[in-house]
Structure formats: C-alpha cells, structure tokens
Design a protein around this ligand. Structure first.
Ligand code: HPA
Length: 282
C-alpha cells in the first residue's frame, strides 16, 4: 500500500473525527482512546453525555463484520475524563491488509491521542487462568505472520520501533493498583496473537504454552505495534472468555465467548473507567 495514500486517508478521517470531538469536548482532547473487544462494547454505555459517531461517517474507516461489534466511535467522559471509545474493530481474519487493522491507530496518532487502552477476548492457556477472569497483558507474541509496519514507512512512524515496553509499565501499574483498590482480581500474562479466524487446535495451544503464552486471541497485537511506531502508550486487558482448545474436553463456541464477555463487562467497565481517570499520573 502506498504510504502517501495511507497518510492522506488517515488525515481525512482524522479531520472529520476531530470535528465531532470538538462538538462534544470543545477545546479538550481525549486523554485516552479505548478499544472495546468482542462482547465488551457495553463500555460505550458507561461513557457520559456520549456523542456517537458511526464508523460509516468517517471516510476510509474500515468497518468490522463480526457479531458483537457495533462499529462506532463514542466521544464523552468517563469519571470526568475526556475519552474516545472505539466500539468495534477490524481483525486480520476479516481480510484486507494489516493497514486496515491499524487504520484507527494511525488516526489516533494524527489526533494527538497519547494513550490507548485496548481490550480483547482471549482463550486461557496457562494453568490457573479461568474463563471470566481479567488478565492484564504484560507482553505479547506476534504469531500473526504479519505487521502493519510491513512496507514503506508511513509518515513519521518509526522504522524499527522498540517493543521492550510495548505495554507501558506505568499504565500497567495504574491498572493493577486500580483493580486492587476495587477488590477486583486481575491476572497478568503474555498474550499470543494468532491470525484466525479458526480457533486453535489443541496441538497449537500446546505449542503456544511451550512458547510462553498465557492467553490467546486474534486482535490487539497489530494495533499495539502501530501505536508504538507512533509513540502512543498502550495498555491492554484480556477478558478470558474460554479455556483454549484442548485445555478441557469442551469444544469452543463463539456464542460462549460473547456470553462470558457480558458477565465480566461490569467489572471490566469499572476497571477501565477508574484506570483511565488516573492516566494523567503516568
Ligand atoms: N482463541 C483465539 N481467540 C479467542 C479465543 C481463543 O480461544 N477466545 C476468544 N478469542
């Protein structure tokens, strides 16, 4: 993909989105953007005095096709802090290039958003991790075989971004201490990103465990890589929605993934809202 075309498309979407943000926030800008994963879109309802911006009004913005994703940006406040919620995202398995997956992150860069809170649904691999629990992502394994940074450098992005601290230690500390103060158990671990869309085989899950993965999913990692190339600080929480394939005798079911997401949604919302309110401490 032509990097100048990507930059032009990103700028066009950013200009329209900025107009909407101004309508709602005036001269304030979102302190953080929040990407809501499968079944976690209800966080959008926790945003105060929301202005809903369907993705289709944003030029060039890729539209998600998965059930459980409504596809809109939501501008408003969480615990008094201006935020930009992103309900619905495009995944690699939906086709197209990784550029489509990272498009919104590049728009955030153009808008000057400095922190990104990502959420996702994930399968639990490590012993002791259970469906219904939340896991703060400490690090990732990019097993998608691709990257949004393949090809010529886009705009001011770093050619070789450092991923030693891809999941910002200070933001993680805030999320950890927020969970503690809420009495909310929060696990921590390594998230392995697969291309999907098929769930993994039991043999693949054994491989991932050997490689050091604690949970597995099909999102987040391309976005974090793009964000780091732009200097955006990231933090991510996985909602463990199921045991990964072969961990138990039960087969996997997308409906179950969405249902468990709904069960933890309330805890998840509280955690995100209270954490983001403290992001300025980082
Ligand atoms: N594997 C991959 N992606 C997922 C899973 C899983 O087990 N659960 C939710 N998203």
């Amino acid at each position: 993909m032509d990097p100048n075309k990507i930059s032009a498309d990103v700028q066009a979407a950013a200009t329209v989105l900025e107009g909407h943000i101004e309508k709602r926030l005036g001269t304030d800008r979102p302190l953080a953007a929040i990407t809501m994963g499968s079944g976690l879109g209800g966080l959008a309802r926790a945003i105060r005095d929301p202005l809903h911006i369907p993705y289709h009004v944003l030029p060039g913005w890729p539209r998600p096709t998965v059930i459980g994703h409504s596809g809109e940006a939501v501008v408003g406040t969480l615990n008094g802090v201006p935020v930009l919620g992103l309900s619905g995202r495009v995944h690699l398995y939906e086709g197209g290039s990784p550029d489509r997956v990272a498009f919104y992150v590049r728009v955030l860069g153009a808008l000057g958003v400095t922190s990104l809170f990502l959420s996702n649904a994930a399968g639990a691999i490590r012993e002791g991790l259970l469906p219904g629990e939340l896991m703060l992502v400490r690090d990732h394994l990019n097993l998608t075989g691709t990257s949004p940074l393949f090809g010529p450098v886009v705009g001011t992005e770093s050619r070789f971004p450092d991923l030693s601290f891809a999941y910002d230690p200070e933001l993680r500390a805030i999320v950890r201490s927020t969970a503690e103060s809420q009495g909310l158990p929060l696990k921590e671990g390594v998230y392995a990103a697969m291309h999907g869309p098929a769930y993994e085989t039991p043999a693949e899950i054994r491989m991932l465990r050997t490689l050091g993965a604690d949970a597995v999913g099909m999102s987040t990692v391309p976005e974090v890589i793009a964000a780091r190339a732009l200097g955006i600080r990231c933090v991510a929480v996985s909602c463990l929605t199921n045991f990964a394939a072969g961990v138990t005798d039960e087969p996997l079911d997308h409906e179950e993934v969405l249902e468990i997401g709904k069960l933890v949604e309330h805890d998840f919302q509280k955690l995100v809202a209270a954490s983001v309110a403290r992001f300025s401490e980082a």
